[in-house]
Design a protein. Structure first.
Length: 128
């Protein structure tokens, strides 16, 4: 009599214990990866600021070589990044990512320094 016999059904899916183990392993991996990701993000922002400062530096050098910008244009030693002569060479004016403030261009003797606030970003040693 087949009515009383149990039919063999194949079990599909995972047990609760298996799911708990997988979820706990994912949680442990996430706690290890998140701090490393935040450091990668910070490093990327610093490198972005450095690349933007290098671009600004090259634009200012080009403008000075073409006599578009002269030494007398540096009011109190600082030239604004929003100067129209610089803007015509850069499509989108960059904003610092890792630091607060704006990019500033200053001249110290013959050296051009790109700063964020008072911190020299490029060239780091003050000379290329």
């Amino acid at each position: 009599m087949k009515k009383f016999s149990r039919t063999n059904k194949k079990k599909k899916g995972f047990t609760l214990i298996e799911l708990l183990i997988v979820i706990s392993i994912i949680g442990i991996l996430a706690t290890l990866i998140v701090p490393k990701f935040s450091n990668v993000t910070k490093d990327a922002k610093i490198k972005t600021d450095l690349a933007n400062a290098r671009t600004i530096y090259n634009v200012v050098n080009t403008c000075m070589a073409n006599d578009e910008i002269k030494d007398t244009d540096f009011k109190e030693g600082v030239l604004s990044i929003n100067d129209s002569r610089i803007k015509k060479h850069i499509q989108v004016m960059p904003k610092p990512k890792a630091e607060s403030g704006d990019f500033n261009i200053s001249k110290n003797g013959d050296d051009i320094l790109i700063k964020i606030g008072e911190k020299v970003i490029y060239p780091e040693s003050g000379v290329e």
